[in-house]
Ligand binder design. Structure first.
Ligand SMILES: [Zn+2]
Length: 425
């Protein structure tokens, strides 16, 4: 009677049958060290994903990020999109994963690019963030095909570059060039590692800005003849610590950002540089310039304009305290917060899949950081986007990063059911 099993059961069974292939595909991707920066081996990985998707019945397109300065002969930015046509052209469900990984860093007890499978885990840089997610996306679609289920819509799986550095040559490029667009894309799922029973509906906003303090150089033996820019910056840091941070800590968003500490507005000093490099030869000089870069994460309820105005007002107060120093604020990067509509079918589809596969209710979360969702929502204009995929958020960017095999298989099933749901099967 196997041929007469319900389509959902047949699809889930095909995921189980493909388990070794899904793990092997993940391991193979980990063995291509797509380290960003600078963007190593992107072409190898894009071609490998493309070849695999072609073997799984997708039509393949490659998109080099022409026009982006980071797309160079030495480090080409190559993206791959696979398409499976169903019995009708729409709806289109697009599953996107980035294949760049952050540098391995210190502290590994095994080869970060070995793709080792041990004790039910796949180890390696990019295992959870997010090569397992790409494998889950590809095999979710493949399980549907192997189960002989005809989908009344289009399934797309893409592998893209540079998410870790902003995604401008990756998802943003595809969106700017119309390949990812509300004109052709109905739903988008990004299998980032947010835990197998959580669906991520957006993220906070990001405002990176630089503050430059300028004083007046003088001989270090007579500092009273100069104006120290470092002293000037210390007033900024003090105001941030004593005035801004307590104000931010009092603001909580209604968006379910995790972990709980990220439910409030935050600010971090990314870096600071003033005067002479401390590991260089010293000369007696009063520091005339000091610059610092700040990372302000703002809430949907705050909005960017108020966030920026608050920084300007703070600098204005500091100007009053140290009038001999001049201060300039420069915007470095702005990412607006995103939030998927509560009643979005893509949230419902993942929640239903989690319920069926894991037998428990999915938790809605939002990300403390930002990811490619912003480009899907803001540039492509596709509101129905979530992140859902295998792997634990806390594993991302850690030494001995791993993804559990059972999470990988479970999330592949959830994605397969979500595709069936969204395409109306
Ligand atoms: Zn990621």
């Amino acid at each position: 009677m196997t041929g007469h099993a319900a389509p959902i059961d047949r699809v889930l069974r095909e995921v189980d049958r493909a388990a070794d292939e899904i793990v092997a595909f993940t391991s193979e991707m980990i063995r291509i060290p797509t380290v960003n920066p600078p963007g190593e081996h992107y072409e190898d990985c894009a071609r490998f994903i493309g070849d695999t998707l072609r073997r799984l019945g997708f039509e393949i397109e490659y998109f080099a990020a022409e026009g982006r300065p980071e797309h160079t002969a030495r480090h080409p930015r190559l993206n791959v999109v696979g398409t499976k046509h169903g019995t009708r052209p729409r709806p289109t469900v697009h599953l996107n994963g980035h294949f760049d990984v952050v540098p391995a860093g210190e502290g590994w007890t095994l080869d970060p690019f070995g793709g080792t499978v041990r004790d039910g885990r796949i180890y390696g840089r990019g295992s959870c963030d997010m090569k397992a997610g790409i494998a889950a996306a590809a095999f979710a679609a493949e399980a549907i095909r192997r189960a002989g289920v005809e989908v009344p819509g289009t399934i797309e799986v893409s592998g893209t570059v540079d998410e870790e550095s902003g995604g401008f040559a990756g998802v943003a490029w595809l969106a700017e060039h119309g390949r990812l667009s509300s004109l052709r894309t109905d739903y988008c799922i990004i299998p980032e590692p947010l835990n197998v029973d959580r669906v991520c509906i957006g993220h906070r906003g990001v405002y990176w800005f630089e503050v430059a303090a300028r004083g007046h150089i003088a001989h270090g033996s007579m500092p009273f003849l100069g104006v120290s820019a470092i002293d000037g910056m210390s007033h900024v840091l003090q105001a941030v610590r004593e005035e801004l941070i307590p104000a931010l800590a009092a603001r909580r968003t209604a968006v379910p950002v995790v972990p709980d500490g990220a439910r409030q507005a935050t600010i971090n000093v990314n870096g600071i540089f003033g005067g002479q490099p401390v590991d260089g030869i010293q000369t007696p000089c009063v520091a005339d310039v000091c610059r610092a870069v700040f990372d302000r994460r703002f809430l949907l309820e705050e909005g960017f304009d108020a966030t920026r105005a608050e920084v300007e007002a703070l600098i204005d107060r500091v100007r009053g305290r140290m009038p001999q120093v001049s201060y300039a604020v420069k915007d470095l990067m702005v990412v607006h917060p995103t939030r998927t509509p509560d009643d979005s079918p893509v949230i419902a589809a993942i929640e239903s899949g989690v319920q069926q596969v894991l037998g428990r209710t999915a938790t809605r979360v939002a990300s403390p950081g930002t990811y490619d969702h912003k480009h899907v929502a803001r540039i492509a204009g596709v509101p129905h986007c979530v992140a859902y995929g295998p792997g634990e958020l806390e594993q991302a960017h850690q030494p001995d990063e791993y993804c559990r095999v059972d999470d990988l298989i479970a999330s592949t099933k959830v994605l397969a059911l979500a595709i069936l749901d969204l395409t109306g099967k």
